[in-house]
Design a protein around this ligand. Structure first.
Ligand SMILES: [Zn+2]
Length: 307
């Protein structure tokens, strides 16, 4: 067993290590294999438990991580729209629960892993457990420290300003990372336009922007795109028809510039995007049509000027 100071040092080291892994993976999901490879002082300490949601390494006096497994709908069950997680410890055994309750009592920072698909996780850290309910046998914590400042929505009623603030944090901390992981996975981690495969250079583009009412964070409203094609798409310099054909803005097609313009954009005109093999993950033709209408309207109204 380590001293308290060393325990906190291990936790800090885990967070640093996760920062590095997230950079390596372009802010993408992490596999169970990667999460099992963490070492401290030459000793391997897997960050997830094989059979349980609560990870209690023998070296630590309280819980190191909590995991929510793969579920069909990521926004149901334990997480609510307020960005707070209710974690049930009914199923665990006595020893696991003792360490979980101790993490709450000590205010120990830990990691929350949520599965985005079987065996792949997004980490949230540092998490501090805000509440322990020994009667219902669950703990509650916010996914972001900013939400903790607002207080638990179950015991307080938020003002409109607080509700909007909470909604914006939930969008950036919960919905967008899950959207990104799902879209990049659906497209096998490659740009749907040019097939570039470097995850550090890839984004999950919204077909209909998320500011729009229809701009949902669902994989059918997403396209995996490299930074160049994402920017071109968002600025209507490029579009995708409901038949999945790539169109480049007419003015841009006539421009003369270096190889990036020629190979990166002009040569994409008329090609077909690479579709996800999973039919359910393919882009919605209705959403593509809505966005393509914007592109066509802008191209017509600009008619050779304005870009
Ligand atoms: Zn691309």
């Amino acid at each position: 067993m380590f001293s308290r100071t060393e325990e906190l040092a291990i936790r800090e080291d885990v967070f640093r290590w996760l920062d590095e892994r997230m950079i390596d993976h372009g802010g993408y999901e992490l596999s169970r294999a990667v999460l099992s490879s963490y070492e401290y002082g030459g000793v391997r300490i897997p960050l997830l438990d094989r059979g349980k949601g609560i990870r209690n390494p023998i070296q630590l006096s309280s819980t190191l991580s909590i995991m929510t497994g793969w579920k069909k709908n990521p926004y149901q069950d334990s997480e609510d729209e307020s960005g707070w997680v209710t974690y049930d410890y009914r199923a665990g055994d006595g020893g696991d629960n003792t360490k979980l309750v101790r993490a709450w009592a000590n205010g120990d920072p830990l990691v929350y892993f949520r599965a985005v698909r079987e065996g792949f996780y997004l980490p949230y850290y540092p998490i501090v457990i805000a509440e322990n309910d020994p009667v219902r046998r669950h703990v509650r914590f916010p996914l972001d420290p900013g939400l903790g400042i607002l207080g638990d929505p179950l015991s307080l009623s938020y003002t409109d300003i607080q509700r909007r603030y909470a909604a914006s944090i939930v969008k950036t901390r919960l919905h967008q990372p899950v959207f990104r992981a799902r879209v990049l996975h659906a497209y096998d981690g490659a740009c749907t336009v040019c097939n570039l495969k470097h995850s550090e250079l890839l984004d999950a583009a919204h077909i209909v922007p998320d500011a729009d009412e229809r701009g949902i964070a669902d994989v059918t409203n997403g396209l995996a795109m490299c930074k160049l094609h994402h920017a071109a798409y968002d600025r209507s310099l490029m579009a995708v028809t409901p038949e999945y054909e790539i169109r480049i803005n007419a003015q841009l097609l006539d421009e003369v510039d270096g190889p990036m313009l020629r190979h990166g954009l002009q040569e994409m005109h008329g090609r077909t995007i690479r579709l996800p093999s999973n039919r359910n993950a393919r882009p919605s033709p209705d959403l593509l049509a809505a966005q393509f209408a914007n592109f066509a309207r802008r191209s017509a109204s600009v008619d050779g000027g304005g870009f």
